[in-house]
Design a protein around this ligand. Structure first.
Ligand SMILES: [Zn+2]
Length: 243
């Protein structure tokens, strides 16, 4: 092999090796990201339109199904949040599909969620019942009960998640108050199945009553529904910004 050919071959080997190293580094960087998570500094917010498919949720006498209102709102909130720096929105469902709690939890986990907002509309025995509610849960911590140190870490994680959930709930409450003045039914802690199965900050919002004429109109009318969606979007931004 001549000198030039040897040089070329060396250069070729060098190129091959450096591109191999680059490829390995790239693959390594992929494995360091939690599965499905966005890049550094980007928070994933999962919007969960509750119910769907055969599960209509609350049904009103005029045939309005809660599942449809929840989905319409989730899609609007996603649109409102689109383009927010440092935020990526993922939906658990984007259509009228059946989705079990387990499947929702799976999708939320796969998305690498930093926060979850599950959107519901309420149903009341009395037609007069109206307004909004925000729920959070005293979350189950991962690794708890295995040994002392993991229990302590579990407790710390639990406390942080709880604080983050409360902050998110407060952000939503503050903004929903503007579209449902004096109709807040409180910030509550409740063992909601979806929430107790999650280990990320999560809240459930009940955006008015499907069974109340005024609330139902507010959720069905395009202009007022957009206002509710904007309130939720602002609430999410505020609830995440304060961490
Ligand atoms: Zn519901």
């Amino acid at each position: 092999m001549g000198y030039e050919a040897a040089c070329l071959r060396a250069a070729d080997l060098y190129m091959k090796r450096s591109s191999l190293i680059a490829l390995l580094l790239f693959l390594l960087s992929l494995t360091m990201l939690p599965s499905g998570a966005a890049g550094q500094g980007v928070k994933v917010v999962v919007l969960d339109a509750a119910h769907g498919g055969r599960d209509a949720g609350v049904l009103s006498a005029d045939g309005t199904a809660e599942k449809d209102l929840n989905l319409a709102l989730a899609l609007l909130v996603q649109r409102e949040l689109q383009g927010t720096p440092g935020l990526r929105v993922v939906l658990t469902r984007a259509g009228d599909t059946d989705l079990s709690v387990e499947e929702r939890v799976k999708r939320i986990t796969a998305a690498g969620a930093a926060a979850v907002v599950s959107i519901h509309a309420n149903g009341g025995f009395y037609k007069e019942a109206r307004g909004y509610e925000v729920y959070f849960s005293g979350l189950r911590a991962p690794g708890q009960g295995r040994d002392e140190s993991s229990a302590i870490i579990g407790d710390m994680t639990k406390t942080k998640h709880l604080n983050d959930s409360v902050r998110l709930a407060q952000g939503l409450q503050r903004n929903l108050e503007k579209v449902f003045p004096k109709e807040g039914r409180g910030l509550r802690e409740a063992p909601v199945p979806l929430l107790t199965n999650l280990t990320v900050p999560a809240v459930v919002v009940e955006v008015g009553f499907v069974t109340n004429t005024k609330d139902r109109k507010k959720l069905k009318d395009e202009a007022s529904r957009l206002e509710v969606a904007r309130a939720l979007a602002r609430g999410i931004k505020e609830g995440l910004a304060e961490r």
